[in-house]
Write a protein that binds this ligand. Structure first.
Ligand code: PRP
Length: 201
């Protein structure tokens, strides 16, 4: 029997993924927030979950193959990637003056591409979390971060000054696995697609 492994992270995205997994017959047998186990079984004995850091998911999925196939927008974890500054900061003026601005972010590649497309010179500062602190402490003029409700920006007296892109969670698959395990994977992808369509309607 073909075995399948799904990598996902704990937290917000996991909570939103559980209903999709349940609808696809893959309800987790344990709660990763309570268990220290990193490999968790599901209702389907041929499918297991790996609990990894969100940013490590692509590394695990790509292992043993090359590239990533993205067959499905799960339509969960919806948010926006934005540029934000302190409320009083004159972002438009700084940009117009063409001076170098310092931008802190966890999402260096997206930030680099965004500012390069606008022909802006920015000094990017890589951070791993709590980016909202960077403009408050003077480490950076702006941040590139995810915004959902806007509460975090508000609580830290920041404002969004540019919209970069809309974000949602995607299902990604190792292309070699897709070839070798197509018979087992295709129904799973279809079940998740159906479940996410139901959630969105
Ligand atoms: C994300 C993001 C913001 C916050 C935005 O952080 O980096 O800090 O959520 O959400 P809001 O607009 O609803 O307030 P998350 O809590 O996912 O943790 P992270 O800092 O580890 O990315």
């Amino acid at each position: 029997m073909t075995t399948l492994t799904l990598a996902l992270s704990k937290g917000r995205i996991f909570d939103e993924t559980v209903p999709l997994l349940e609808a696809a017959g893959l309800a987790p047998l344990e709660d990763p927030e309570r268990s220290r186990k990193l490999v968790i079984g599901t209702r389907n004995r041929n499918v297991a979950l790996l609990i990894v850091r969100a940013s490590d998911v692509p590394t695990y999925v790509e292992h043993g193959g090359e590239g990533l196939y993205q067959p499905l927008d799960l339509e969960i974890g919806r948010c926006r990637m934005v540029v934000a500054t302190r409320r009083g900061f004159d972002w438009t003026g700084s940009v117009q003056r063409g001076g170098r601005v310092r931008v802190a972010t966890k999402y260096v590649r997206i930030a680099r591409e965004h500012f390069a497309a606008k022909g802006m010179h920015v000094d990017l500062i890589k951070l791993y979390g709590s980016m909202e602190l960077a403009p408050l402490t003077g480490l950076a003029d702006a941040i590139v971060d995810l915004v959902d409700t806007g509460n975090t920006l508000k609580a830290n007296k920041l404002k969004a000054v540019e919209d970069i892109l809309a974000v949602s969670s995607r299902l990604i698959v190792n292309p070699a696995s897709l070839k070798l395990k197509r018979a087992a994977l295709a129904p799973l992808i279809e079940a998740l697609a159906k479940a996410s369509a139901r959630g969105g309607s």
